[in-house]
Ligand binder design. Structure first.
Ligand code: GAR
Length: 201
């Protein structure tokens, strides 16, 4: 059975576009909803252009009441009956209550080689630390931030003189390869991790 996937975004949604484009006819999943916590998120327009239903739940009126925000999220998501959620640049921290409803059925992409650099400013922190490599990770979402079983990682070099922006662009290219590769496996029930680049030979 084809899995219905809701993709949650906060901004431009380039990962959402990569995921949506990857879900072609023979794919074990299809997009059923793109939802943003910012009604002006550029990704909403891109999703609508691709013919995917969209919704926005602005987090701001809820202030610090995360549970109320998440109740509104659930209300927006439920009619689309997703089997799973993909967080793709979704910049709100979800509570244990929400996460537990989707445990084992919710993926996230994070722009670092987890367990290194959970949270924000990952590229600046990797450069500052003098790391030789950076990358991105797709993982199952569990209540702890940027934690949970790793389903894939892609690595890139950090080059002399890299700014955080240079590195972010290099990593983002890999995000667009990694997330679709992981989703294709995961939606087919295969939780073996994907590692990019694949070893030569
Ligand atoms: C991506 O780099 C993603 O890894 C990151 O936000 C960007 C969203 O870009 N996510 C996080 O930092 C999550 N904590 P996109 O909107 O173009 O996909």
């Amino acid at each position: 059975m084809t899995k219905r996937v809701a993709i949650l975004i906060s901004g431009g949604g380039s990962n959402m576009v990569a995921l949506a484009r990857s879900m072609t006819r023979d794919h074990p999943a299809r997009p059923c909803l793109v939802l943003a916590n910012d009604p002006t998120a550029g990704g909403l327009t891109k999703a609508a252009e691709m013919g995917i239903p969209t919704a926005a739940v602005d987090h701001r009126p809820f202030g610090k009441d995360r549970a109320a925000f998440e109740a509104a999220l659930t209300e927006a998501i439920t009619p689309h009956a997703p089997d799973m959620l993909c967080l793709a640049g979704f910049m709100r921290v979800l509570t244990e209550g929400f996460v537990s409803q989707w445990q084992g059925r919710m993926l996230n992409i994070h722009p670092s080689l987890l367990p290194n650099y959970r949270g924000l400013h990952t590229h600046a922190r990797a450069i500052e630390a003098g790391d030789a490599e950076a990358g991105c990770t797709v993982h199952e979402v569990t209540p702890a931030l940027d934690d949970g079983p790793i389903l894939g990682q892609a690595r890139v070099p950090i080059l002399p003189g890299d700014t955080p922006g240079d590195l972010a662009a290099r990593v983002l290219e890999q995000e667009h390869l990694l997330y679709p590769a992981v989703l294709r496996r995961f939606a087919a029930g295969d939780r073996r991790p994907v590692f990019l680049p694949e070893p030569a030979g």
